[in-house]
Design a protein around this ligand. Structure first.
Ligand code: ADP
Length: 264
C-alpha cells in the first residue's frame, strides 16, 4: 500500500544544515496499523510530512499503491496533534467535517449522510451544530478524526494526535482508533513518542534512532487482536514489549543503529 524507499531529508538554511532523516526504508501492507516511535526531534513529523506530500524529500521516494507521491495524494488523510489549529473556529462541527468532501462533489443529501455517519462513529452524533471552541480538547480531536474518516481514505496518517489531551481521554481515543481501523479496514500509520501507546495500538512498532535518523528496529507487536486498556496493559507480554521498546528508545537516544539490540 505504502512504500518508503531510502528516504532522506536535509533542511538547508543560510546558517545551518540539519540532516533530519538519513535513510528510511519500510512498507505498510494494506490494512495494517503501524506505530512509529522515537525520541523527540528524531524526525517523526518530517517523515510524515514527506509521506503525505507536504514536504519534498532530499532523496529517496514514497509510493502509494506503486505511484510516487509528489503532492498531497487523494487517498490519504492526516490527523495532526494540534486539533485547535486544524479546525476552523467559525465553522460548525458539521461544516468542518464536510470541508474536504467538497472535492468529491457529493449531492447535499449524500453529504449529510456521510458527515452524519462519521460524527456518529466517533460519538459526536449530537454535536453537528456546535462550534469547535464549545467542545473539550478530546471532542475537538474526535471532530478531526471524523473529518478524516468521512473522507474515506485508504491511508490515514496520525501525527501524535493525542499528545495534548488528558490520560483518560487519550485511552478512549486510542480505543476509538483501533475500532475504526478494524471497522473500516484503513491502513494507519500512527506517530507517537509515548511507549505504552506505541505498544498498545499497533501490529508493528517502528523505532527510530535519534537524528540523523535511521530505523532502529521494526518490531512485531504479537499481542492478541482483542485489546482493552485494563487487561492488555496488565498482561506480562505487554510489560515485556514495553520494556523492550523502552530499552531501544534509550539506545536510540545514544544514536545510530549500532546501539540496537536484537528482539527476543
Ligand atoms: P520530531 O517530530 O521527531 O520531534 P521533527 O521532524 O519535528 O522531529 O524534527 C527533526 C529535526 O529537523 C529537528 O532537529 C528539527 O530541529 C529539524 N527541523 C524540523 N523542521 C525544520 C525546518 N523547517 N527547518 C530546519 N530544521 C527543521
Amino acid at each position: 500500500m505504502l512504500d518508503v524507499r531510502n528516504l532522506n531529508k536535509t533542511y538547508s538554511g543560510r546558517n545551518r544544515t540539519v540532516e533530519a532523516l538519513r535513510d528510511i526504508t519500510f512498507s505498510l501492507d494494506a490494512g495494517e496499523l503501524v506505530c512509529l516511535v522515537g525520541p523527540s526531534g528524531c524526525g517523526k513529523t518530517t517523515l510524515l510530512k514527506c509521506m503525505s506530500g507536504l514536504l519534498d524529500p532530499t532523496g529517496g521516494e514514497v509510493r502509494l499503491q506503486g505511484k510516487p507521491i509528489t503532492g498531497p495524494p487523494p487517498g490519504m488523510a492526516v490527523v495532526f496533534q494540534e486539533y485547535g489549529r486544524s479546525l476552523f473556529a467559525w465553522m460548525t462541527v458539521f461544516d468542518n467535517v464536510a470541508l474536504p468532501l467538497r472535492r468529491k462533489k457529493l449531492g447535499k443529501a449524500r453529504l449529510a449522510e456521510v458527515v452524519g455517519h462519521a460524527l456518529e462513529v466517533v460519538g459526536l452524533g449530537d454535536a453537528h451544530h456546535a462550534y469547535p471552541w464549545q467542545l473539550s480538547g478530546g471532542m475537538q480531536q474526535r471532530v478531526a478524526i471524523a473529518r478524516a474518516v468521512a473522507y474515506e481514505p485508504q491511508v490515514l496518517l496520525m501525527d501524535e494526535p493525542f499528545a495534548a489531551v488528558d490520560a483518560q481521554t487519550r485511552a478512549d481515543l486510542e480505543d476509538l482508533v483501533r475500532r475504526l481501523w478494524r471497522e473500516l479496514g484503513v491502513t494507519v500509520l500512527f506517530v507517537t513518542h509515548d511507549i505504552d501507546e506505541a505498544v498498545y495500538l499497533g501490529q508493528r512498532t517502528i523505532i527510530l534512532s535519534k537524528s540523523p535518523t535511521v530505523i532502529q528496529e521494526d518490531l512485531r507487536i504479537d499481542l492478541p487482536d482483542e485489546r482493552d486498556q485494563l487487561h492488555t496493559r496488565s498482561s506480562p507480554h505487554f510489560a515485556e514489549l514495553r520494556a523492550h521498546v523502552y530499552e531501544q528508545i534509550q539506545r536510540a537516544k545514544l544514536g545510530g543503529p549500532e546501539h540496537a539490540v536484537p528482539v527476543g
